[in-house]
Design a protein around this ligand. Sequence first.
Ligand SMILES: *[C@@H]1O[C@H](CO)[C@@H](O)[C@H](O)[C@H]1NC(C)=O
Ligand SMILES: *[C@@H]1O[C@H](CO)[C@@H](O)[C@H](O)[C@H]1NC(C)=O
Ligand SMILES: *[C@@H]1O[C@H](CO)[C@@H](O)[C@H](O)[C@H]1NC(C)=O
Ligand SMILES: *[C@@H]1O[C@H](CO)[C@@H](O)[C@H](O)[C@H]1NC(C)=O
Length: 160
Amino acid sequence: MNPALSIALLLTGLQVAGGQKVTSLTACLEDQSLRLDCRHENSTSLPIQFQFSLTRDSKKHVLLGTLGVPEHTYRSRTNLTNRNTLKVLYLSGFSSRDEGLYTCELHLPGQLNVSQKNISVLRDKLVKCRGVSLLAQDTSWLLLLLLSLPLLQAMDFISL
Ligand SMILES: *[C@@H]1O[C@H](CO)[C@@H](O)[C@H](O)[C@H]1NC(C)=O
Ligand SMILES: *[C@@H]1O[C@H](CO)[C@@H](O)[C@H](O)[C@H]1NC(C)=O
Ligand SMILES: *[C@@H]1O[C@H](CO)[C@@H](O)[C@H](O)[C@H]1NC(C)=O
Ligand SMILES: *[C@@H]1O[C@H](CO)[C@@H](O)[C@H](O)[C@H]1NC(C)=O
């Protein structure tokens, strides 16, 4: 193949892969749970790594994701709905102790830079969530939940 053509193809591939940006991060309160909506581009079939975290008193706590290990205290309080360009995280039992800077980040394996958005969450400033539940339309999370339930139970059991 023509070397110039190969390079052009390679560059195009990289550009497509580089387009995985977090486009927005919003927070709202649903019952007593904090709901974070992280919207992002998805133009690749590569698995995207992601992470939700909370920075509080200059300390970063991993809530959920595939990049770092979620902290034990949050693991039992969070759940995730994963769609093509939207990730919804719930943190149950939200209180003023969970106030801080929430971050949603995306990372493509093999790429150095990370795309992220931050949102500062204060209990008094938090709006109530509106609109239909996303969960009713999606069944893959249910399957995932059912499959991971024994594992979660096992982990809880061990940690007791
Ligand atoms: C991006 O889309 C592909 C298929 O279109 C899907 O397999 C993949 O899980 C999506 N990535 C994320 C992070 O949702
Ligand atoms: C996730 O948590 C929220 C609030 O705690 C709850 O309303 C929702 O049903 C949960 N979803 C799943 C998939 O467990
Ligand atoms: C990586 O950085 C470049 C230059 O700042 C940017 O154009 C590109 O969108 C970034 N890629 C990701 C995945 O954020
Ligand atoms: C989000 O917050 C982190 C930690 O404070 C900071 O390093 C990062 O630059 C912020 N990102 C954006 C996009 O503002």
